[in-house]
Write a protein that binds this ligand. Structure first.
Ligand code: NDP
Length: 278
């Protein structure tokens, strides 16, 4: 019997736990975290993401500061704002909504955020800490996948884990986190030979390729757990993932739907990062 992993429910549980933590911080008179969110330009998808992040801050009871900069903002102006926020003691987390306009270099911006306030976990210091198993901010989406597995009582230790995708924000940190949980991890990408055969070995298959419905049942071992990170809006305006859900689901023990699987976890883990050192 296939079990559908309910990311909406699990993310709500996490947000409620964080809300309770904030209440106890308040009761103890401790400092309440504050997230600064910077958006450059007005890409509609980014506006929705930024709005959801602000709402989540409100829900769990932490502070948020919002900076909506115009599209023409120069890289130097953005850097100046980041520097100010790095030095602002009230602000404990800084997030620049990606993508930034083309005239701004994303890597320069990511590196400018203080690693102590890097709640997205994208700074090379955060990534390096993850790799060598030191304390640091973890990238939100892969961290959300680990929570989905743990809170669904799916053990990772000793399992064959296959990650499709090697991006810096999903695939690579995902592989390292599964390794940290004692999975046996294989990472696939666009140059992987025999992708189907490699995927068929997986007890846990994490798909982050950015190709709508590419993974069908031919890639999946009977009884595997399939986590679909992909998110795409189809022509009929509905959302789908990188996995062909209807074809794959009957062959799995556990599967995440799109929407309502990995997606809601990303913001929950961002909130968790905001409270990491509180
Ligand atoms: P990227 O485009 O940065 O990376 C895609 C990866 O997939 C690359 O490593 C690429 O390989 C690999 N790939 C592409 N085509 C194939 C193929 N035919 N066979 C095998 N591997 C392939 O994407 P992201 O990692 O940023 O995102 C992946 C998906 O997750 C997207 O759908 C995105 O929208 C979604 N996403 C969802 C989030 C959420 O909160 N739910 C958050 C972030 C992303 P190579 O390196 O060789 O090019």
């Amino acid at each position: 019997m296939t079990k559908i992993i309910d990311g909406k429910k699990i993310s709500q549980e996490i947000k409620d736990e964080l809300k309770a933590k904030v209440l106890s911080l308040k009761a103890e008179g401790k400092k309440i975290p504050c997230l600064a969110v910077i958006q450059v330009g007005n890409d509609p998808a980014s506006t929705v993401y930024v709005g959801n992040k602000k709402k989540a801050c409100e829900y769990i009871g932490i502070g948020s500061k919002s900076f909506e900069l115009k599209e023409e903002t120069t890289q130097d102006e953005l850097i100046k704002l980041i520097d100010e926020l790095n030095n602002d003691d009230e602000v404990t987390g800084i997030l620049v909504q990606l993508p930034v306009p083309k005239h701004i270099d994303e890597d320069t911006i990511i590196r400018r955020i203080s690693p102590q306030k890097d709640v997205d976990g994208f700074h090379p210091m955060s990534v390096g800490a993850l790799l060598i198993g030191e304390d640091g901010f973890l990238s939100c989406t892969p961290q959300g996948v680990i929570q989905l597995l743990k809170r669904s009582n799916i053990s990772i230790e000793g399992k064959e884990c296959v990650v499709i995708g090697r991006s810096n924000i999903v695939g690579k940190p995902m592989a390292v986190l599964l390794l940290r949980e004692n999975g046996t991890v294989t990472v696939c990408h666009s140059k992987t030979a025999n992708l189907k055969e490699v995927c068929k070995r997986a007890d846990i298959l994490v798909v982050a390729i950015g190709k709508p419905k590419m993974i069908n049942s031919e890639y999946v071992k009977e009884g595997a757990c399939v986590i679909d990170v992909g998110i795409h809006r189809m022509e009929n305006n509905k959302l789908c993932g990188d996995v062909d859900y209807d074809d794959v689901a009957p062959h799995t023990s556990y599967i995440t739907p799109v929407p309502g699987g990995v997606g809601p976890m990303t913001i929950a883990m961002l909130m968790s990062n905001c409270l990491k050192d509180a």
